[in-house]
Design a protein around this ligand. Sequence first.
Ligand SMILES: C[S@@+](CC[C@H](N)C(=O)[O-])C[C@H]1O[C@@H](n2cnc3c(N)ncnc32)[C@H](O)[C@@H]1O
Length: 208
Amino acid sequence: MHSHQFNRLFAADQLRAPRGFIKPILGASPILEIGAGKGHHALSLAQTTEQSIIAIERTRTKFESFSKLASATDYPNLQPVHADAIPWCVHALPPNTLAQVFLLYPNPERANPNQRWHRMPFMEFLLSRIRTGGRLTLATNVESYAHECEQWLCEIWQLPVTIAPVDRRSERTAFEVKYLARGERCWQIEATKPEGYVTRFDDWSTVR
Ligand SMILES: C[S@@+](CC[C@H](N)C(=O)[O-])C[C@H]1O[C@@H](n2cnc3c(N)ncnc32)[C@H](O)[C@@H]1O
């Protein structure tokens, strides 16, 4: 199974490490959250697992709220990161590492569909960093986005995928709470990295 038959190569070697980059502590089965917002989901997850959780947020104001809450709660397994997740992943993660990646309620990029996570060449790199059997979990309140994401993960990225409505009582993130309170439907798309999955980044790493 190949990830890349239809896709442009992600230019990993052209990305510098984010400013102030610090190597994360990865532990045995690390979980990565991209676009963690104020950190609601990452903080709840840190309470319920001993796995290390790295939660990245690019927007300063959101990250500051997250960072304050993380300092107050002080979970030893939670690492909040203020960075753009794309160069951060390139410099922080060896191949075949992550047990799970969460992308919860990403911007639907209505004006720039090619900026959707599942459409970006970066997706191949991210998949190379997930371990065999690891999962990619994405949630959205936009029905067309959910179906497009499912289709891309299945047809373009050649992954086994499920799609299901999010339970109306779920309250993992600020956006999820807001959408469900308004009576909107939300969807969860989950892909699993199968045995024998090949990407062009499986032997590529800046991490030593
Ligand atoms: C719509 S918000 C959702 C926040 C949170 N997951 C929630 O559900 O409440 C999307 C978040 O992703 C963050 N984001 C977008 N691109 C990012 C990137 N490349 N690296 C890190 N964070 C990113 C944005 O700053 C924004 O806070």
